[in-house]
Design a protein around this ligand. Structure first.
Ligand SMILES: *Cc1c(COP(=O)(O)O)cnc(C)c1O
Length: 388
């Protein structure tokens, strides 16, 4: 310690920083107990303890709120913390939750293992098939959890129909908007009740911050999730929030660029030998292509999946040949990443379970990044040449 009683403080300046400062302080000092009362009771605005909220989280939440047309959103320490805040913060033992059958792997685990352990029944149905989805609704169904574009088969959910059937029955609809982002879908515009993000992915965009976001349509819904998130300590780190804020300022450009390259890559993959099929919602041959205009705002996104001939052996050769592209199970990075669901996200399934989803040993998912298009297409061409 120095010879001072208090810490050094901050130099005064009539000019202000252009960049948001990082505020790592866990605690905030108040003038007296009356002021603290006023803060807790909402009469005065002030931070108290970082688990309950801090400036960098508030700045980031405000930016994502604007993108989603939301108000008072909660930034959490990961995307899964946001999914957890929605499911555990709003459901009670005896309730039933219905999920899409191709949710993010950990969300599936939460549905299949963690909710039932606490007395919340769950089931899964295909969100591209409105009739099948409706048939899975029960009298106790309280919440539906869907992703608009599924992982890794990039199928597009029939969100209009799902929300209509949920509204008619007073069921909450939570939309994990990670893959689609507000550039393609603003779930509140379609009548969703809860919007969830893994900010880790496209929004932050640089694979250097792990964060989530969740918000309800009403202040009451958001408040119930916030209380749960603060109690469980699903708090984000100020530095991660700062990194994500910085990433958000380029989100529109990154997404547009990655999407244009994704469309070109999908078309190229559809032409070359050795590729059995290509899945990209922007292509006419995609089973849900008709939903791109009305649901995805004409934005098919940056995710392309494809199936290589030749099984695991060809898959190994392809990944090694494509050494300029990170073989890593994530998405939304500025750099293109390649994932192989059979050995990563979907390895817990049996081969038959994977086959039912159309995920063979030759199945790959590409999260297209912001590299120059020509260089990326050349790298894929060369790697495919090497395999064939
Ligand atoms: C990655 C991801 C999550 C989980 O987010 P984390 O930040 O990794 O906890 C949830 N949903 C979707 C769709 C994701 O892609």
């Amino acid at each position: 310690m120095t010879d001072r009683l208090l810490r050094a403080g901050w130099p005064s300046s009539v000019s202000r920083p252009v960049v948001t400062p990082i505020q790592p302080s866990v605690v905030y000092a108040s003038a007296d107990p009356d002021e603290l009362d006023a803060q807790y009771e909402g009469g005065a605005k002030g931070f108290t303890y970082a688990r309950e909220g801090h400036p960098n989280a508030e700045v980031l939440a405000g930016l994502i709120d604007r993108m989603e047309g939301a108000d008072g959103g909660i930034v959490t320490g990961s995307g899964m913390a946001a999914v957890g805040a929605a499911l555990f913060g709003l459901l009670t033992a005896g309730d039933h939750a219905l999920g899409a059958d191709q949710l993010y792997g950990r969300s599936l685990r939460m549905m299949k293992e963690d909710l039932p352990r606490l007395g919340i029944a769950t089931s899964l149905a295909d969100p591209t098939d409105a009739a099948a989805f409706e048939a899975a609704i029960r009298p106790e169904t309280k919440m539906i959890l869907v992703e608009v574009v599924s992982n890794p088969t990039v199928r597009v959910a029939d969100l209009h129909a799902i929300i209509a059937m949920a509204r008619a029955r007073g069921i909450l609809v939570a939309v994990d908007n990670t893959f689609t982002t507000p550039a393609a879908v603003k779930p509140f515009d379609f009548g969703a009740d809860i919007v969830i993000h893994s900010v880790t992915k496209l929004l932050a965009g640089h694979s250097d911050a792990t964060l989530g976001y969740v918000v309800g349509r009403t202040p009451d819904l958001t408040q119930r999730m916030r209380v749960f998130a603060v109690t469980l300590g699903l708090t984000p780190s100020p530095f991660d929030c700062w990194l994500a804020e910085r990433g958000l300022y380029t989100f529109d450009m990154r997404f547009a660029r990655a999407e244009a390259t994704a469309a070109a890559l999908a078309d190229r993959l559809a032409e070359v030998g050795g590729v059995r099929r290509v899945l990209y919602p922007g292509r006419r041959d995609h089973p849900d292509h008709n939903r791109v205009a009305g649901l995805l705002n004409g934005r098919p996104g940056n995710m392309v999946s494809f199936e290589l001939d030749g099984g695991r052996e060809a898959a190994n050769r392809f990944v090694r040949a494509l050494d300029q592209v990170a073989f890593a199970p994530t998405l939304g990075d500025v750099g293109t990443t390649l994932s192989h669901p059979a050995s990563s996200s979907h390895r817990a399934l049996t081969p038959e379970g994977r086959a039912a989803l159309g995920i063979s040993e030759g199945f790959f998912r590409v999260s297209v990044g912001c590299e120059p298009e020509t260089a990326l297409l050349q790298a894929f061409d060369a790697a495919l040449d090497g395999v064939n």
